[in-house]
Design a protein around this ligand. Structure first.
Ligand code: SF4
Length: 448
């Protein structure tokens, strides 16, 4: 629980009210309901709390609500969901609807949390999307190593069948655990009998996916928002966010956060400082990593008064991405952490595009040399030139994320960079890393 159970804050200078809550906290939106120690919410509890839906009878009304809501994808891309649905509805053929609950970001837990504890909210959203676009089936995709959410979703589907809910057909799909295997085009490729590797097409997937059908892939959090906002109405739901980021949002705390892996919900415009204060931090950390492992570093002091929403983060060249808020504590080296993360991202290439396959390992080598204090100015110039070549050179945006991370590190840790280039690597570089990496042997990687 958060210190004050649920924090509702109104500052003296009339800043907007915000609330930050944990799962089960009263007043939260997505996380409201039973506490985590009660396990997955049963259908009876879910319907008692929120009431039932009539997806097929109300499809037109729900479509209008989704348009009015301004809901954007919460998986990282931030694409407006209503636009995807409109595209799919105009395309020929029955659309394929996929809920992406795979959450490939190693430290992110929000989709895991929703799928494990609020499976009916996720399934409700899937049923609404299917009804809106006219699809008779919804696929829920997870990584094979997902654990609890798989059992929770299976049980929830069985409960809904027994209760005779007016649902589409549900199909659970389990795929490889890799980072890029959770990318939308990789999932759809797998579902079509191919490998879980990303692909590029100039035609939007919502118009024609790799299987030839219009394909709507919606992240688990995004889908849960759909299940909620068609009940609350788009305006009440939207007011729990900001003009550019309507609706509440989930954040996973990571790295050197006091409770890494904890998922909290922000309703209203909370600053990063307020989120960290509500979870036990008393002062700005050295830096925060926002948006995921391919995200953006922001100095702790600058971040402290920045809202964790699109407009606030964009001022720092960042975005909410998958909702990850990573903490770099005092005394740790941001360049060493960056080198590890870039090394991890390099190992997660799908092995298809030259700039990604060849460029990312070289970028990782350069970052490691910088962290170790063995890179010099000429080497840094080469690293920056290589970043320019790698960026935009892949079929997916995997390499672009690594480049963004590197650039933000060079910018955000500029003083450290100067010291490391002189051969004066800080003692923080010797400390144990704070951002966890999955233990994956790339030679064991499977794509199916
Ligand atoms: S950019 Fe990298 S991860 Fe993306 S498709 Fe190409 S090789 Fe695969």
């Amino acid at each position: 629980m958060i210190d004050a159970t649920l924090r509702g804050v109104r500052s003296t200078n009339a800043a907007p009210v915000h609330r930050i809550g944990d799962i089960g906290d009263e007043g939260t939106w997505l996380l409201a309901g039973p506490s985590a120690d009660q396990g997955p919410e049963a259908l009876s509890s879910h319907l008692t709390r929120l009431g039932s839906l009539r997806p097929f009878e109300c499809a037109g009304e729900y479509r209008t609500m989704l348009r009015q809501s301004g809901l954007r994808g919460r998986g990282g891309g931030g694409f407006p969901l209503a636009a995807k649905l409109d595209t799919a509805m105009l395309a020929p053929g029955e659309p394929m609807v996929v809920i992406n609950a795979s959450e490939s970001e190693p430290a992110s837990r929000k989709d895991w949390t929703l799928s494990a504890y609020r499976p009916h909210l996720v399934l409700d959203g899937g049923a609404v999307i299917a009804a809106v676009v006219g699809s008779s089936e919804v696929v829920i995709h997870l990584h094979r190593g997902a654990g609890a959410p798989v059992a929770s979703l299976q049980r929830a589907i069985a409960e809904r069948r027994s209760a005779g809910l007016p649902d589409p057909r549900w199909r659970l799909s389990l795929g490889p655990d890799g980072y890029v295997s959770g990318e939308a085009s990789a999932i759809v490729s797998l579902l079509g009998g191919g490998e879980a590797r990303p692909s590029f097409s100039a035609v939007p997937m919502a118009h024609r996916g790799p299987s030839g059908r219009p394909t709507v892939v919606s992240n688990a959090e995004t889908t849960a928002h759909v299940g909620l906002l068609v009940r609350t109405g788009p305006h009440a739901w939207g007011a729990a966010g900001s003009p550019s980021s309507p609706g509440p949002q989930l954040v996973t705390l990571a790295g050197g956060a006091i409770d890494p892996g904890r998922v909290v919900e922000i309703a209203g415009e909370a600053t990063i400082g307020e989120v960290l204060s509500a979870t036990g931090h008393r002062q700005p950390p050295t830096a925060v990593l926002v948006g995921g492992y391919a995200g953006t570093w922001i100095s702790g002091w600058a971040a402290w008064n920045t809202t964790f929403q699109r407009e606030g983060l964009e001022a720092h060249g960042a975005g909410p991405g998958c909702g990850l808020l990573g903490v770099l504590p005092e005394g740790h080296c941001g360049l060493a952490e960056t080198a590890r993360l870039v090394g991890y991202l390099a190992g997660e290439t799908a092995g298809q595009c030259g700039p990604c396959v060849q460029g990312l390992p070289l970028l990782a080598d350069g970052c490691r040399a910088l962290a170790a204090g063995t890179l010099r100015r000429r080497g840094l110039r080469r690293l920056l030139s290589l970043a320019d070549v790698v960026e935009g050179g892949g079929a997916c945006r995997h390499p672009d994320g690594a480049v963004r991370l590197i650039r933000s590190a060079l910018d955000g840790f500029a003083d450290d960079v100067a010291g490391h280039l002189r051969g004066e690597a800080c003692s923080g570089a010797q400390r144990p890393p704070v951002f966890p990496l999955p233990e994956v042997d790339p030679s064991d990687r499977v794509w199916r």
